[in-house]
Design a protein around this ligand. Structure first.
Ligand SMILES: Cc1ncc(COP(=O)(O)O)c(C=O)c1O
Length: 401
């Protein structure tokens, strides 16, 4: 038995989804997200200063060790210098809000480029955007507020690290730390926004609030589009592992690959921490289900107890397999990614970024599930390094432990 597949993780769960729809991306899901949203987001985001497609690595060393044909790793650690894929979502959501608001207030078409160029600073400084966050989304919203010249107020919960708080403050955001968990910070954020007439730019959607989460998901699809450009058609992945918090990232990526390549029948695996399993719980109950988080996972970005409504609609029928992973393998895998397996490159993978690899190993270690998912030596697996060292102190402590 090799070194990567001999660890049996306990307390993990698996759920094979019999609601999965095979074939074309359903018309009714296009209301939640479609390639038209991708096109609009792409046109905008590609014109931002510093835009560059992030690297897609082929990790042959890991692939050989684990027993698959290839592992493709999309590395978001360098995205706009913000350290995570979230840079694509929240900032885009803020700019869309400012554009919509100015268009309404001035009764004429306004371009985002003119907003970014500072042509409406006199007006934009009067708007306030707010959000609740574990860190990465807030950083992106703060960045968008800076780009557009509006005010920004961010609610974080008790466990969000000071390093992540400072990263948001660096962009000029006012950051308020509340007692309680993420869901409590979201509750307070909504309360304050309603009271003060501020605009919520949340990465999670709920009944009556879907407009901005949809833009944010559209922003995330830009990275899926990059992957489609980076790969030959014949080398498209056979399996995609998607880590999830509220599920916005996973749903956006799934929607893109499903809509663009339905004939490939790509298998989608949703990965959550055992400590925050709101999507697998929803899948088991066949309805959106809230999970009361009792303990924070070290994968801070995945610590969410309530799925995003729009995301759930897509994930419910597009997912092949839901699963959870424990925290205990994450530090080892972060160190291994940094060291590189064989000739693989050295990768700065933050806590959330090792989750896909942990899940792949878990499945390869379970013959029955691997067989159900057709995951074998012919598989090309796509994993997402959704963040780099987004909190450098925490990252260093883990790597040097
Ligand atoms: C680094 C990282 N990966 C993955 C996710 C999960 O994204 P979502 O909450 O859209 O499921 C997050 C969310 O904050 C994150 O910060």
């Amino acid at each position: 038995m090799n070194s990567l597949t001999n660890n049996t993780q306990r307390l993990t769960e698996h759920f094979q989804n019999d609601r999965k729809i095979i074939g074309a991306y359903p018309e009714d899901l296009k209301v939640a997200l479609s390639s038209l949203d991708t096109q609009e987001a792409l046109n905008e985001i590609k014109s931002w200063k510093g835009y560059k497609s992030t690297q897609l690595h082929s990790l042959q060393g890991f692939a050989k060790e684990i027993g698959v044909q290839d592992i493709l790793y999309k590395d978001e650690s360098t995205r706009f210098g913000l350290g995570s894929f979230k840079a694509l979502g929240g900032a885009y959501g803020v700019l869309k809000f400012i554009q919509n608001q100015l268009t309404e207030d001035l009764n004429k078409n306004i371009s985002i480029r003119d907003i970014r160029d500072g042509q409406y600073l006199d007006l934009t400084k009067n708007y306030t955007v707010v959000t609740a966050t574990d860190g990465n989304h807030g950083r992106s919203v703060a960045y968008g507020a800076k780009l557009s010249g509006c005010k920004c107020q961010i609610y974080i919960h008790a466990e969000v690290s000071v390093g992540r708080q400072h990263a948001m403050e660096e962009f000029g955001a006012t950051v308020i730390r509340i007692k309680g968990n993420y869901d409590e910070s979201l509750r307070i954020c909504i309360e304050e926004a309603t009271k003060n007439n501020w605009q919520i730019i949340s990465d999670t959607s709920y009944e009556g609030y879907t407009r901005y989460p949809r833009y944010i998901m559209a922003g995330y699809t830009v990275l899926a589009h990059e992957i489609a450009e980076q790969l030959d058609y014949k080398n498209m992945p056979t399996h995609i592992f998607l880590q999830a918090g509220v599920g916005g990232f996973a749903a956006a990526l799934m929607a893109y690959f499903w809509e663009m390549f339905p004939e490939k029948n790509i298998k989608f695996i949703i990965v959550e921490p055992t400590l925050a399993p709101c999507l697998i719980e929803s899948a088991k109950a066949n309805e959106l289900t809230v999970f009361d988080i009792k303990e924070e996972t070290m994968m801070a970005g995945l610590s969410c107890g309530e799925p995003s409504l729009l995301a759930w609609k897509i994930l419910n029928v597009g997912t092949d397999h839901f699963m959870t992973i424990t925290d205990d393998r994450i530090p080892d895998l972060m160190r291994l990614l940094l060291k590189g397996m064989g000739n693989d490159p050295s990768i700065e993978a933050g806590e959330c970024s090792a989750s896909g690899l942990a899940a792949l190993i878990e499945i390869k270690n379970n013959d029955c599930i691997a067989k159900q998912l057709n995951l074998n030596q012919n598989s090309r697996v796509l994993l997402f390094g959704t963040e780099g060292a987004t909190d450098p102190d925490i990252y260093e402590a883990i790597i040097n432990a």
